[in-house]
Design a protein around this ligand. Structure first.
Ligand SMILES: C[S@@+](CC[C@H](N)C(=O)[O-])C[C@H]1O[C@@H](n2cnc3c(N)ncnc32)[C@H](O)[C@@H]1O
Length: 458
């Protein structure tokens, strides 16, 4: 079961390792010939037989062959699921231990970068997700054709091996079922599949996202090139599948390393699907970000709003705003909300969501936070309260410089990467104390962390 599907050619014999701890990606870590050795699937305190895959000057990558002495924290890996699929890196670890691991990750990042006063930070226990399985509301599957055989699914990390319609136990069932049915339609309607080796146009990726509250499903067919024979007819058939209300095409090209291209056009149905969080409605178009674990999102946002502790005379900046979730939820507690987001469709959704929720004091602006926030400050907009929710790269240095000048009184930072969070806190702690860090587990079975940080001016 643990043997990599892709047996590597190497001459080393099996070696025996005692695993000391888990690395940030959930892999077991031990030592071999004074080098650190990474063994995915192995747990601390276990004695395992491992096989070296590749030796580097400072570390070794290995694969788990057999467990000689098992950890008491080991649980059975889900049946009929290949551990080589990404996204299940911690599925063999008991859930309470996964929560401890995520808190430890934050503590280790703080220890590594040591922002001012870090050893006094209150880092609370990770809040468990109400659903440990089948929580993911979005499936993004790649499609390939080999010798006439179509596969639709997930690539194993760092590999060209595509798992065809894998059983993904963290994925919600409707999204998986919809992907399966679309694969049948692709075969039935002879839709051309993009060829990554010869760079031929065709269908490349199928994204299925479901709104939790309404069950509405939006499908996006990501294609290389524009004119794909029968694609529009297939969109009509996809509309007949249960809960599907919206079908889009997104176009990319072979030079683009990202999954999504820049041009998105509607093929059938509604412009958006609509979800609900804490009594507010959120319409979503295909490229707009939305949290993947909708039930736990309620906890994440509730904590962030509580930490903000807003007052009616304040202006709140919702930075990295997506479809306007946090600002819209906070709007009735403040004088005004200004949101900033780069993706134009997400900004359009956010302003649409302001109207949908009959809010009069919120406005979303398209652009980068690094550019827009200093402009607002220079134009005399009072930046009393700020919430930032950046991607994994964290905050740009130029933005942190601006914040250290502007010094919003109320400041909450939502982070999905403890390492960039800790580095940003090194700079921010020149002017801010960190009152509280709360981890909210958004992605059970994975090593990914999400934390909410309350900062107060010194
Ligand atoms: C983690 S998401 C958070 C979205 C939103 N706060 C939510 O909870 O749904 C980060 C968002 O920041 C946007 N983004 C990335 N870089 C940005 C930048 N430099 N300036 C503004 N927005 C950015 C992304 O498009 C994405 O919508």
């Amino acid at each position: 079961m643990y043997k990599n599907f892709n047996q590597k050619k190497q001459k080393d014999k099996d070696i025996i390792i005692t695993v000391k701890r888990l690395g940030i990606n959930g892999e077991g870590i031990g030592y071999y010939r004074k080098k650190i050795i990474f063994i995915p699937g192995a747990l601390p305190s276990e004695v395992v037989v491992a096989k070296i895959i590749k030796e580097y000057p400072r570390y070794i990558d290995a694969e788990l062959v057999r467990i000689k002495e098992k950890s008491p924290d080991r649980v059975a890996f889900p049946n009929n699921v290949d551990p080589a699929i990404g996204g299940l890196e911690l599925a063999h670890l008991a859930y309470p231990k996964q929560l401890e691991f995520k808190r430890d990750n934050v503590l280790e990042a703080l220890e590594k970068y040591h922002p001012r006063g870090y050893n006094k930070y209150k880092v609370k226990k990770t809040i468990p997700s109400p659903e440990e399985w089948h929580y993911r509301n979005k499936a993004q599957y790649q499609i390939e054709q080999n010798h006439g055989q179509i596969s639709l699914g997930l690539f194993a990390p760092n590999s060209h091996q595509l798992f065809d319609l894998p059983e993904m136990p963290t994925q919600n069932k409707d999204t998986q079922e919809t992907e399966r049915k679309i694969k049948n339609l692709v075969e039935k309607m002879h839709i051309k599949i993009a060829d990554p080796y010869r760079h031929f146009d065709g269908l490349k990726t199928i994204v299925v996202r479901q709104a939790h509250a309404t069950r509405e499903i939006q499908v996006t067919l990501i294609t290389v090139g524009h004119s794909i024979k029968n694609l529009e007819q297939m969109a009509q058939e996809i509309m007949q599948l249960p809960n599907v209300v919206s079908v889009y095409q997104n176009e990319t090209d072979w030079r683009n390393p990202q999954v999504w291209g820049n041009k998105t056009t509607k093929l059938a149905g509604k412009n958006q699907i609509t979800d609900e969080i804490l009594g507010k409605k959120f319409a979503l178009s295909p490229r707009a970000f939305f949290q993947l674990n909708p039930v736990q999102t309620i906890t994440l946002y509730s904590r962030a709003l509580k930490f903000l502790d807003l007052t009616p005379e304040e202006t709140l900046i919702d930075a990295y705003s997506g479809v306007g979730t946090l600002g819209i939820l906070a709007a009735d507690q403040v004088k005004q909300v200004i949101g900033i987001e780069t993706i134009p469709e997400a900004v359009a959704d956010a302003n649409h969501n302001v109207e949908l929720n009959h809010i009069k004091n919120a406005n979303y602006i398209q652009g980068s936070v690094e550019k827009i926030l200093p402009e607002l400050a220079n134009n005399g907009v009072p930046i009393d309260a700020l919430i930032v929710d950046p991607p994994r790269t964290g905050l740009a240095k130029s933005l942190i410089k601006t914040l250290l000048k502007v010094k919003p009184k109320t400041f909450v930072y939502i982070s999905c990467n403890p390492s960039t969070l800790a580095q940003d806190l090194v700079l921010l702690s020149e002017a801010y104390n960190v009152r509280l860090i709360e981890n909210v587990d958004m992605l059970p079975q994975t090593p990914r962390c999400e934390c909410v940080v309350k900062l107060t001016l010194r």
